[in-house]
Ligand binder design. Structure first.
Ligand code: SF4
Length: 235
């Protein structure tokens, strides 16, 4: 039995279902299944494969994605094809100390500047070490670091830090937060699928359950087409 977790306290067994939903047409364009004990991001590979066969793939201008998929090839190729990726940023809080968002990063000059104005070079995936001699007597030190022996503050730079910075700016504006809420439609689609399929995987094995997911996704798509047809005829 494969065990997965929705949260620290909520456990589930079986498989995780992943879908890509077109927010304009409401149609499900791609489906994928992974065992419950695998990271959610692994579901992105199957979605990418399905989307590569979709006639809608060239029209994708914006991708609203869960954080779990943001490091995937799916997102990389969407960006390469000119799509804008919208996602909540990874948590950058640092207890009561200055968080990463309090530091200014310049990805053209590859520099990072702390709240007191000390600037260092940064590299993606690297660790920035601020100068201990400057941090030692800094009046902001108590709000910045608990490093021992007057060592300087350190800041870990993620591989996709530039993208995360963009996401952090997004959640700071009302329009950005509104845009991110559009992804709720995908959660609704997953809830509709779960309501139709029931709480248990119908089959043993990922391949058969993927077939089952595709079948129910097709049902939902037919319902959408039927509803839209009725609305168009009534108009
Ligand atoms: S402790 Fe160092 S990194 Fe932090 S604000 Fe002061 S000079 Fe900048």
């Amino acid at each position: 039995m494969r065990h997965g977790r929705k949260s620290k306290t909520k456990r589930f067994n079986g498989y995780k279902q992943h879908i890509a939903n077109d927010l304009d047409t409401e149609l499900i364009l791609a489906c994928s299944i992974t065992p419950a004990n695998r990271p959610e991001g692994e579901g992105a590979a199957g979605l990418k494969e399905d989307l590569s066969r979709s006639p809608r793939r060239a029209d994708i201008g914006e991708v609203y994605v869960d954080r779990a998929y943001v490091d995937s090839k799916l997102i990389e190729s969407a960006e390469e094809n000119g799509a804008t990726v919208l996602c909540k940023p990874r948590n950058a809080t640092n207890g009561s100390l200055f968080s990463k968002s309090d530091f200014k990063m310049n990805f053209r000059l590859l520099t990072i500047t702390c709240p007191a104005g000390q600037t260092q070079k940064l590299t993606s995936g690297g660790l920035v070490q601020f100068n201990a001699a400057t941090c030692g007597p800094c009046p902001l030190r108590a709000r910045c670091t608990k490093a021992a022996n007057d060592a300087g503050r350190t800041v870990k730079i993620a591989d996709d830090e530039q993208r995360q910075q963009r996401f952090r700016r997004l959640v700071q504006t009302a329009s950005g937060r509104d845009a991110l809420r559009k992804r709720v439609h995908v959660e609704h689609r997953l809830a509709h699928l779960a309501a139709k399929q029931g709480p248990r995987a119908r089959y043993r094995g990922a391949r058969r359950n993927l077939f089952d997911l595709r079948r129910y996704a097709a049902f939902l798509n037919l319902e959408v087409i039927e509803r839209r047809g009725r609305t168009a005829m009534a108009a």
